[in-house]
Design a protein around this ligand. Structure first.
Ligand code: GLA
Ligand code: ZN
Length: 709
């Protein structure tokens, strides 16, 4: 016992000395780092001085002997960063009155001593049990109207004053305590924000939000078309939340899309206010360190373009399924980069497998590495894993991690992580100052996402992301860079703008598109476009409403085809392809027909058109065509727009360019099953990973990567 005590006091004094040294060093460092940080925030490109490589680290779930092992193993894996305190609220605030940072102090000291770049989370993604017990209002009420008890995570009502108060208070306390630590490179607020709450606090807040938006009940009744079914409200208190007890439907659809859309916007804003509340609490003590929260790609619940305006840097969690096409993952990266049109952080990916998908396959040898380089290629400046050590219990014990349950470095996954770590270390800051440029913009818009999927008819198969991806894939397959852009982007930056299923055309957008095309831009849009305004009321006067003049067509009717039905588009160039889902029955109003329907009573009516408008052109695709049909149209549009693939003989490889001035870095990735050669245009360039030049003999096997400069 006494030996143990002695050891402990020796360790303590060593610890104390280290802390003193660290505090002194901290003072010296602070001035230097603060000015460096300020510079980085201004530039907002080279946020980090090295590629952060690490991920979620939960030493609080492990005895301290393990921490020492972790430190050794991380170094051996070339890990340089750790994200801590993601789910520790119950530990750092064990009761309403008490805060206890002693363990977190030790964790942060340990990581600081070892020179890790720390991503410090605020822990507010899961509320502590004492809070749920004392203040049941912090728990959410779900779509079915059930008020929840303590359990799970991502479980707080965004409009609970108690949650708002304590989450911001905790963030402030963390910032006060750790904000000047130079090793803390980023604040990570909450975790994967999402979900909805239908409690009374939310209902009241919804009414306040609506009052601010509409001013009068007349305006609101009109926006929601409340004469329908005699829904007119005469008092703000008559407004109820659109869950299944109100106008929401069992299948997630709604009787009044106007209400449900506003509710989606309100919910996104409510949760965003939680983020801003914590961010401001941090800013009271730390004005410099970038603040983020981890987003989830095409996640439907939150309007990420609006969110990104409040975030210093975008970060996101990439969890493709075993069968997710690489083009879809690429699109998600481009979307996350597009939110701020700036490099982003990959906050999480698994080194091997997930636990929460239906089939959690292992990543094949080389796959994690290739996935990581694809991420960097599309604009990431960090590669972080969930998680560094595999959980011992609860629902994520089968989730992959850098250190497996075996606890050894002698695993395939550890070796692959270490190999990638060594490579990234060699790569240094070579890519950090570069950006992705694109001549093609594809519109992605959360209002459209929500509205299209709320609408009743013409088909239940009209899901948003699928259509965006089908158009994205054309460019991906040809290595043509794409920016994912919002409805209010500066269109003039692009030669070609593609907006599939632009169902909702909000005020001002049609005029902006007209100006863009008049000045020589090329615009492609499709079926289910131009139909409604921002409240889901139809633009009267014939589809595609405000896009009718631009497209030079009038869509008189929309047929819906069941999955087992199809039609055919016979192109005037002699090609034909199958089509389905919806078929617009349209009349030309200045546009030329590029192809007509091959069957049914509308056989011979135009299915795809091209209109000249000012100096530019507009393509209207009136039906859902199979891939080769879409390709034919986009090929012609790309020709009009003079958009070319930089490397035309891509040969099935994914090739992405990041550039800074004259410096061009080409990421060449092989996701196919065949061996491939380097395209001629890239021969002679040097591979930054091996330091060697590539030649005609250079071969890429599946998952091989070259980074050529
Ligand atoms: C999400 C969360 C993590 C973890 C992983 C598992 O991304 O942010 O906390 O649950 O999923 O895949
Ligand atoms: Zn609520």
């Amino acid at each position: 016992y006494s030996t143990k005590n002695l050891c402990r006091s020796v360790t303590n004094s060593v610890d104390r000395r280290a802390k003193l040294e660290y505090s002194f060093g901290k003072l010296l460092n602070s001035a230097r780092v603060l000015s460096a940080k300020r510079f980085r925030m201004e530039v907002n490109m080279k946020t980090f001085q090295r590629i952060l490589y690490g991920g979620d680290y939960n030493p609080n779930q492990w005895p301290r002997e393990i921490w020492q092992e972790d430190m050794k193993m991380f170094k051996n894996a070339h890990i340089n960063s750790a994200t801590v305190n993601v789910f520790s609220w119950a530990k750092i605030q064990p009761s309403e009155e008490e805060y206890d940072f002693s363990e977190l102090d030790d964790i942060i000291d340990m990581l600081s001593r070892e020179e890790y770049d720390i991503v410090l989370a605020s822990s507010t993604g899961a509320i502590p049990a004492w809070m749920a017990k004392r203040y049941p209002e912090v728990e959410r009420t779900d779509y079915e109207g059930r008020h929840h008890k303590f359990g799970h995570r991502h479980n707080a009502c965004p409009n609970s004053p108690v949650y708002q108060k304590y989450s911001a208070k905790l963030a402030g306390k963390l910032a006060k305590r750790y904000g000047s630590n130079p090793h803390i490179k980023c604040w990570h607020i909450n975790n994967e924000y999402g979900g909805e709450c239908y409690c009374e606090n939310c209902e009241k807040a919804f009414r306040v939000w609506l009052k601010k938006k509409y001013g009068t009940l007349d305006a609101l009744n009109q926006a929601w078309n409340m004469e329908f079914w005699g829904h007119t409200v005469y008092d703000w208190d008559e407004i109820v939340l659109p869950n299944v007890l109100g106008d929401g439907m069992e299948n997630g659809r709604t009787a009044f899309a106007g209400i449900s859309l506003d509710h989606k916007r309100f919910n996104s804003d409510s949760i965003l206010a939680n983020f801003v509340g914590e961010r401001e609490a941090i800013r009271a003590f730390d004005k410099e360190t970038p603040v983020t929260t981890n987003l989830m790609g095409t996640f439907k619940g939150l309007d990420y373009f609006k969110w990104a305006k409040e975030m210093d840097i975008v970060s996101w969690d990439n969890y493709p399924r075993y069968d997710t096409p690489w083009s879809e993952t690429a699109m998600c990266h481009d979307l996350m980069r597009g939110l701020k049109d700036a490099p982003f952080m990959l906050m999480e990916q698994t080194p091997s497998q997930q636990n929460w998908q239906a089939y959690n396959s292992l990543k094949r040898p080389g796959q994690m590495r290739a996935q990581s380089y694809q991420t960097i290629a599309h604009g990431a400046n960090t590669i972080q894993f969930f998680q560094l050590r595999r959980s011992v219990g609860a629902c994520e014990k089968f989730h992959g991690a850098v250190i497996a349950h075996a606890g050894t470095e002698n695993t395939r996954v550890f070796r692959e992580v270490a190999q990638l770590g060594a490579e990234l270390e060699r790569l240094g800051d070579a890519v950090l100052d570069s950006r992705n440029e694109a001549a093609v913009g594809i519109v992605f818009d959360w209002d459209n996402y929500w509205a299209l999927e709320y609408t009743s008819g013409p088909s239940i198969d009209l899901t948003y992301v699928r259509h965006i991806h089908e158009y994205y894939k054309y460019f991906y397959d040809r290595n043509i860079a794409v920016n994912m852009i919002p409805c209010d982007a500066d269109f003039s930056q692009y030669k070609l703008i593609v907006a599939p299923v632009l169902y909702m055309v909000k005020d001002g957008m049609a005029q902006a598109l007209e100006t863009y095309v008049e000045n020589g831009g090329t615009f492609v849009t499709t079926y289910m476009s131009g139909i409604v305004g921002q409240s889901d009321n139809v633009h009267l006067g014939g589809y595609p409403g405000p896009l009718r003049k631009l497209a030079g067509v009038w869509v008189e009717e929309i047929d819906a085809l069941a999955p087992e039905q199809c039609n055919e588009v016979v192109m005037h160039n002699g090609k034909s392809c199958s089509c389905g889902l919806v078929c617009d029955l349209m009349h030309l109003e200045g546009a030329e027909s590029l192809g007509v329907y091959g069957k049914d009573f509308y056989q011979g009516m135009p299915a795809v058109t091209r209109n000249s408008f000012g100096k530019g052109h507009v393509y209207y695709v009136g039906t859902h065509m199979e891939e080769q049909g879409i390709s034919g149209i986009l090929e012609q549009a790309a020709m009009d727009a003079d958009v070319k693939s930089e490397i035309s003989d891509g040969n099935g490889l994914e090739i992405v360019c990041r550039s800074a001035g004259d410096k061009k870095i080409y990421f060449v990735l092989n996701f196919t099953d065949q061996e491939k050669h380097i395209p001629v245009a890239l021969l002679g360039k040097k591979d930054l990973l091996s330091g060697e030049g590539v030649t005609e003999e250079t071969v890429l096997k599946k998952y091989d990567v070259f980074i050529l400069q």
